[in-house]
Design a protein. Structure first.
Lengths: 248, 206
């Protein structure tokens, strides 16, 4: 058989491409459901990690997927707020003692590709409760270290507003941050661009929520003041109720 | 004969240290041991199958589009491996990220197809592909072993060097940052080639 014939070459190429396409399409449709589930589980795991949940090693080793699903269903509520015509996602986590945490999804641009994460704030909309980050293709051992607990645990108890109520976010500082400074965490050596990307991502994403937070805080203060006033009228010895913030 | 096809690429005719192919990925995925192992396994699978498939088609492939046919077959296998990893080993597939896709351009695969599969029957080709994948894997794992041990103080993610040894915890030890960066992989591969050449004198050029 003359395999150098033009017609033969064209037919051969056509058949080969069709066969390969069929095989790939078949494999893709077969595996799609599992892949999407993996992505979904990972998202839920990250959200849980940002409020320091879902870390039971024994349960994870046993059946990670259903453990994460169950924890997520138990604690997290998907919610959204409307800010200047834009819908912003805000996850609300309610733990056993009734305390609430507000989780903000973060999206940014790293050195080689997207970086993303979640940061949770305590009920005062100021103190960071936890944070977690992930990335598509940052340099392993350098920028990719943003996914390690050593990096994201630093964010705990940092504050996003300064004492006079101005928005400053949390800065990722090169060359050693002062641990007592409520607005600074240490950057990663050799991962400066990724560290700066995380800083920018935090600043931009949280900023969208600040007017909402301020409004909520004001509302809560007014409610507290009103409650205190009522209390005073009915019973002058009553204790002022704790500052409470609620959103639905 | 099969035994010889299998044994030679592991050391005596190693694709990385003797033929100096596939260096690019040896630099990229060897910071940690685990991705290096998965990469080695993926390359072995892709190379075995692509060699076998091309070999069984070798008498029908039109010579003029030979390289294109090889690329399509390799690309198909790589996409399959990538999809399977995403479905069943999601964490690892995230670590390997773009490098799985880059198996397509791994010179060892095209090299073995051109040099071996086009001239041999499917079974020996399959063995040749697997053996070359393993030979590549040996170097990859060896490089990753040193890089993770000295660069991160751990192996397979387990911390081996006690935390109290580190300077930041009041100790005397510090990880060697150079081991994390790609040039160290090149230096290590160079050292392996040196060791191999001092054992196998016939490799030394006059």
């Amino acid at each position: 058989m003359n395999t150098n014939n033009n017609l033969y070459t064209i037919i051969y190429a056509t058949i080969m491409v069709v066969v390969v396409a069929v095989i790939l399409a078949f494999a893709s449709s077969l595996l799609k459901e599992r892949q999407q589930r993996n992505v979904e589980i990972e998202r839920k795991e990250m959200i849980l990690r940002s409020v320091q949940l879902g870390a039971d090693q024994a349960a994870r080793a046993n059946d990670k997927d259903s453990y994460i699903e169950a924890e997520y269903a138990k604690y997290i509520k998907d919610s959204s707020i409307n800010e200047q015509g834009r819908d912003l996602t805000l996850y609300i986590c309610t733990i056993e003692n009734g305390e609430r945490f507000y989780i903000i999804p973060l999206k940014g641009v790293g050195l080689w590709g997207p970086v993303w994460g979640y940061i949770s704030l305590k009920g005062d909309f100021n103190t960071v409760y936890g944070a977690t980050f992930d990335h598509k293709s940052e340099t392993p051992g350098l920028g990719a270290e943003i996914t390690t607990p050593a990096f994201y645990n630093q964010f705990e108890n940092k504050k996003i507003f300064d004492n006079s109520g101005n928005y400053v976010s949390v800065l990722v500082v090169k060359g050693g941050a002062d641990a007592s400074n409520p607005h600074e965490v240490d950057a990663i050596s050799g991962g400066t661009i990724t560290s700066k990307a995380v800083e920018e991502m935090l600043f931009k994403n949280i900023k969208d929520y600040t007017t909402f937070f301020a409004a909520k805080l004001k509302e809560a203060e007014e409610r507290a003041a009103q409650a205190a006033l009522q209390m005073q009228q009915s019973d002058s010895t009553a204790v002022t109720p704790a500052l409470q913030v609620n959103i639905q | 004969m099969y035994k010889k096809i299998f044994i030679e690429p592991l050391f005596k005719n190693n694709p990385v240290s003797v033929l100096v192919l596939g260096i690019c990925s040896a630099l990229a995925v060897t910071v940690k041991l685990e991705p290096a192992l998965v990469m080695a396994l993926s390359v072995t699978i892709v190379m075995g199958f692509s060699n076998a498939i091309i070999s069984s088609l070798r008498n029908t492939i039109p010579n003029r589009i030979r390289i294109i046919v090889q690329l399509v077959v390799v690309a198909m296998l790589v996409i399959l491996v990538d999809q399977v990893l995403k479905a069943f080993a999601y964490e690892v597939s995230k670590q390997l990220s773009v490098f799985v896709g880059l198996i397509i351009t791994n010179c060892i695969i095209m090299g073995r197809i051109e040099a071996f599969a086009l001239a041999n029957k499917p079974l020996p080709s399959l063995i040749d592909g697997i053996a070359n994948g393993l030979g590549y894997g040996i170097i990859l794992v060896a490089v990753a072993f040193f890089r993770e041990l000295f660069g991160s103080g751990s192996l397979m993610g387990y911390q081996l060097i006690p935390a109290s040894w580190y300077i930041k915890n009041g100790g005397f030890y510090e990880n060697n940052g150079l081991f994390i960066l790609p040039p160290m992989a090149l230096i290590l591969v160079g050292v392996f080639i040196w060791v191999q050449r001092s054992i196998q004198k016939e490799l030394i050029e006059k």
